[in-house]
Design a protein around this ligand. Structure first.
Ligand SMILES: Nc1ncnc2c1ncn2[C@@H]1O[C@H](COP(=O)(O)OP(=O)(O)OP(=O)(O)O)[C@@H](O)[C@H]1O
Ligand SMILES: [Mg+2]
Length: 358
């Protein structure tokens, strides 16, 4: 390296592409810098944090004033592993955190804070396990569904023949039951088999299928349920199958409507998200669609199994809405996640901007 070496990449550019959240505080513990990963981790905007005292800008750090002050005045660096940071509203993050004092160009003391989110990493490995397990489950379910489909067709056909032969209204009532129940099973089996064709991906503005679903659902919305939009219109087009996206969002919004049981709010929110790992591949940019409702939440015992086939808390539910949505999201190399507590349930669909192979 020569003395007048100038890097090709601006330091800000490098810092904003780091997965580690980086925050700088000055000697009065005010925020002087915050990179993109910090914005994502703490859910804040760098512009709003600028010059703010750290605990107002980043409520997650509110309990750490004395340690930060000590690090600053004593010049003592420290690292906390698997530290739990809790914000005012009870939301928690798990991070590895390193605090390093340094001296600014003007000679004043400052702190460099680095956070590596473990939450997301723990979740990534869980996602991967889930994807593998889902694939295996799907194979088994498809096999089973095929086995049911043929005899079911035979059963229905025979009941129809019988119905024609007996002609006695009191008895055809029974054949009608057989036919109706066979049709119900047929629908279930079709759901279990999943889409018959691979996705037909064309560039799509994510808001188009979302708006389609909104229009469909609005017609049957109870009077006290509000469907609110918070779209980021700058999201670039993504390669996707329109029909399949409609199916995904329809299942999610439909569940939210059901969960609200007549009154409440559903928020459809779209965003882009940088540096997001799906199935071991780190994407520079993904689009994110959140379907949020303020209903009662998903029962705790159900939550870990929510994407499994035939898991339902409703007598008339087949429990196929979420596994189908998840399967279709996976066909788009995407990821679907759920977080739920009483009063707030969020289903998030992440879809990569670029096709995985090309
Ligand atoms: N937004 C939500 N709020 C509360 N519970 C939910 C929500 N979304 C899903 N659930 C729970 O997850 C279960 C499974 O959902 P899923 O869509 O897979 O099946 P279903 O809605 O019961 O039946 P189907 O969609 O096949 O008609 C639901 O029965 C419900 O208990
Ligand atoms: Mg459903």
């Amino acid at each position: 390296m020569t003395e007048d070496y100038v890097p090709d990449v601006a330091p800000d550019n490098i810092l904003d592409n780091l997965r580690t959240a980086v925050v700088c505080l000055d000697d009065s513990l005010r925020v002087t810098y915050l990179n993109t990963a910090s914005e994502m981790l703490f859910g804040v905007s760098a512009r709003h944090c600028q010059k703010e005292v750290f605990d107002r800008a980043l409520p997650y750090l509110a309990d750490h004033r004395s340690r930060l002050t000590h690090a600053l005045t004593e010049g003592a660096a420290y690292t906390d592993r698997e530290l739990q940071l809790v914000a005012g509203d009870g939301e928690a993050l798990i991070v590895d955190c390193t605090v390093t004092p340094f001296t600014q160009r003007d000679g004043r003391a400052a702190l460099l804070l680095e956070f590596l989110s473990l939450d997301r990493q723990l979740r990534i490995s869980r996602d991967d396990q889930m994807r593998v397990q889902n694939l295996a489950n799907r194979e088994m379910i498809r096999g089973l569904a095929h086995e049911i489909k043929n005899p079911l067709g035979g059963l229905r056909g025979a009941a129809q023949l019988l119905e024609r032969e007996i002609g006695d209204a009191a008895l055809t009532e029974f054949t009608a039951v057989i036919i109706r129940e066979a049709d119900r099973l047929q629908n279930l089996v079709d759901d279990m088999l999943g889409p018959r064709r691979p996705p037909d991906k064309t560039p799509i503005n994510i808001h188009e299928p979302l708006e389609h679903v909104r229009a469909l659902i609005t017609t049957e919305l109870p009077a006290d349920v509000r469907l609110i939009r918070d779209y980021d219109p700058s999201i670039p087009e993504i390669p996707a199958d329109r029909e399949q996206l409609i199916q995904i969002f329809f299942n999610l919004v439909g569940n939210a409507v059901t969960a609200l049981g007549g009154s409440g709010d559903i928020l459809l929110r779209t965003r882009t998200q940088r540096l997001f790992t799906i199935g071991g591949i780190q994407h520079r940019l993904v689009s994110r669609v959140d379907v949020i409702d303020n209903g009662p939440g998903i029962p705790k015992d159900l939550l870990p199994r929510i994407f499994h086939p035939m898991v339902s808390s409703r007598a008339e539910g087949s429990g196929m809405g979420l596994p189908i949505a998840q399967y279709l999201v996976h066909l788009h190399d995407g990821l679907i996640e759920c977080e739920s507590r009483p009063g707030q349930t969020v289903f998030s669909v992440f879809l990569p901007m670029e096709a995985a192979h090309g």
